[in-house]
Write a protein that binds this ligand. Sequence first.
Ligand SMILES: [Fe+2]
Length: 181
Amino acid sequence: MTSTVLPTALTTPAEAPAGAAALAVALAIRTDLWADRVEYREESRWTSLLEPADVAHALDASLHAELHDAQIWLLSWLPGQGTPLHDHGASAGAFAVARGTLTERVVARGTGPTARQSTADLVAGRVRFFGAHYVHQVVNTLHEPAVSVHVYAPRLTLMNTYRVDGGQLVRTGTERAGVDW
Ligand SMILES: [Fe+2]
């Protein structure tokens, strides 16, 4: 992996969990920790929890405090697989692309008449970090499988799904956190 790893701030500094981003990147580049475990599933994205106790030995000691409250997911994405537009409830966190490219669409909650939206392709080595209630959609829009590492703190408990209607963010549902967001 040769990409420069620079967290991209999409939240205010007070909300930005930079430690989660550092943890996500550190795990993403340690392919030896997870490459043998990754599966790809045609029916849906594949997910697996990485237990903090299983990865601590591979991390710099400065990241051990980040592990304490973190929930860490490893995800794989075949071309075309993705999430709906969603948030992570009260959880903040980060995700790093470990293999392939993922396209992220971000919809900012604002006070203006129209929700601000942006879309970016994130190649392996890129990381996003976010505060609570960040709304995004992640899809593998390209032609190669992708893998990503997601860190949430506190652990995910629920997620809201959304659509953009008339320029406004409209909540369409709430789901208890399962396995693959
Ligand atoms: Fe998400």
